[in-house]
Ligand binder design. Structure first.
Ligand SMILES: NC(=O)c1ccc[n+]([C@@H]2O[C@H](COP(=O)([O-])OP(=O)(O)OC[C@H]3O[C@@H](n4cnc5c(N)ncnc54)[C@H](OP(=O)(O)O)[C@@H]3O)[C@@H](O)[C@H]2O)c1
Length: 198
């Protein structure tokens, strides 16, 4: 049975974002995020996607929104065209059944796939041949952390002002390892021994 994995960075007072941006700049942590997610799948909420402004390169990007048409029309620079998925066609080697509602094509961005989902129930990690990393933001962590087997959490060693907070995870995750300890941040690997199945 395969489960989601989560990757996040929070401050000592649990802040993960402010004004739809990440309120720190830690290039070493970004390199870590990249190393974990490249070649895998980055799953994110619509607000996080808009904050990035483009799909993350060299990864399949899954974006959750209840209003895919609105997102597509508000970002003509990102979405060239799309078609509504009604099943019956092969859409990629690692997708076993046709559950996407929209498959936008990203302008001149090669292998970067960008798939929009209207509902979490449509995403089953068992149907992908790589890891699905839950990449935020707060709403998505809140819903999916109980379903994650692993959490890679960067703890930024200071208090930061912000409006997006990391939800409680301590009740169901156990610390496995401190992966890195730097002056400004620490990377922790937590495991969830009993992730909730969909
Ligand atoms: N530090 C970190 O590790 C980290 C990582 C990522 C993000 N962030 C920060 O987190 C903040 C954003 O978090 P957020 O909670 O405001 O937004 P978010 O979780 O990124 O996105 C929320 C949106 O996702 C869609 N959504 C949520 N649940 C859904 C569901 N079950 N089915 C379909 N769509 C669903 C909705 O989009 P629609 O409204 O379009 O329907 C909702 O408005 C930003 O400040 C960002 O910088 C921090």
């Amino acid at each position: 049975m395969k489960h989601f994995k989560a990757i996040a960075a929070m401050s000592l007072n649990r802040v993960i974002g402010d004004g739809n941006k990440i309120p720190w700049h830690l290039p070493e942590d970004f390199k870590w995020f990249k190393a974990k997610t490249v070649g895998n799948i980055a799953l994110m909420g619509r607000k996080t996607f808009e904050s990035l402004g483009r799909p993350l390169p060299n990864r399949r990007n899954l974006v959750l929104t209840r209003h895919p048409q609105k997102l597509l029309h508000e970002h003509p620079d990102v979405f060239e065209h799309f078609h509504e998925w009604r099943g019956g066609k092969d859409v990629g080697d690692d997708i076993k059944r046709p559950y996407q509602l929209f498959i936008p094509r990203v302008k001149a961005r090669g292998r970067e796939d960008l798939l929009l989902f209207k509902s979490l129930e449509l995403i089953d990690p068992n149907e992908f041949d790589c890891d699905i990393f839950v990449c935020g933001g707060a709403q998505i962590y809140e819903q999916l952390l109980p379903r994650c087997s692993d959490l890679f959490l960067t703890v930024v060693k200071r208090e930061v002002a912000g409006d997006a907070l990391f939800p409680r995870f301590e009740d169901f995750f156990k610390l496995d390892e401190i992966v890195r300890d730097e002056a400004e941040f620490e990377i922790r690997h937590y495991r969830n021994p009993d992730p909730v199945s969909a």
